[in-house]
Design a protein around this ligand. Sequence first.
Ligand SMILES: [Zn+2]
Length: 466
Amino acid sequence: MAEKFDVLLRNGTLVDPKNGIEAQRDIAISGGKVVMVAETIEGSAEREHDLTGKVVMPGIIDTHVHISRWVGGKEGHKMMAKAGVTTALDMAGPIEGVVELAGSHGAGLNIASINYVRPGHTVDTANPLEDELKDVLAKSQRAGAIGLKILGGHFPLTKDASARVMKVCADTGAYVAFHAGTLETPPPAPATMAEACELAEGRPLHMPHVNSYCRNEGVMGGEEVMDKLAEHPHIWSESYLAPFNGTSALCSNGVPESNATKRGVALGGFEPTQAGMEESILGGWTHIHAVVDGEIVLATGQEGYDFWKSVEMQTGCSFMVNPPEPRMHLVTKKKKDGSFFIDCLATDGGGIPRNDIVQRGLPLVRMTALTISEFVMKSSWTPAVMLGLRDKGHLAVGADADVTVLDMEKLEPVLAYSNGKRIMENGVVFPMPSRFITTSEGVAAVKAAGMEALVLEPGTWLPARG
Ligand SMILES: [Zn+2]
């Protein structure tokens, strides 16, 4: 008797670098897992897709997104699913909102989150001591987070406190990322990243959006930061391809709250104040994150200004600050041994409208700046290793049925499955609760938000190497 599966993906070109496959394969899915991979699979399924001419890859894992109450938590899930993403790491929290919205506004993705260390919000001052940081970490974990984020570029801590955050996380195997920059060494400059590398003192660390540390130095800045990372193999890194950054548009006491926003406004030739911000929006320089049809888009001029006012400035904004050369250079440059200087291709997207791993990554494949296998390595397999997700990032029998299907003519994702569930087909997204990646400490909070938990042991992520 022929076997009956939940889903059959037929005739696609499977690209699975972990298992050394780049060939036509059928894939059978049942119970949320890959149950068979073969040239031809007999039998039938509840749903079958003929993927002739399409590339089938393990689901895209974006290691840097924002889906909080402040930044796109309501819209980001739909935006990511549409972009073919099946797993994402929220890179700042606040964790409570990330968990709640992943339950209520999910699109079936696997979501993890790290919570921010911010003076006046989660810590009292810019120089928190070890006991206070341990408390923040424990609280964050109980709320569902897997670790902490240091927001140096926006809300810097002292050098010593930044180092303490990394120590406290390393001591318990918690995840930690550091947007480089301290009170003593403000961004933007490769020097901030060099300092962050030293402050880690050989401990595990996720270095986010490496491209942002060499905005003003072009390709040469890229060389400098890549050499620095090569000296620190304990640090895992990602960079993104979009031309614009993303920050907060909120002002208080007449000035933008975030230092990154102040710098962005000033870069356009405007005063780094609320008045300057208004002028810069109306003048077409500052792009406001506006909600249109349940998705966030960039809006400037009167449209951007009106939206910004209508939400009382409680939204994000972007500046066109990323020159093209370092962005492409950082994604493609390899070491002598063939490995990449920057581990993962990420987006810093989610609720920021740049979920462009496929949209801007596949053109690099067409230009033969990356092979398709390297693209999959940087956007799925390596991110899975970095996040400690052993059943993701590849499609061997027994792996989670997270799949992204690519149309190589249109350079678009056309189908995505997460844990065996169809979350997107031809741009249509199917709303359902997320699955939340957490530690045993966070399970209760995740369940209370109506989600299944994917429980990881602390320390399985950011594995040691080198
Ligand atoms: Zn970010």
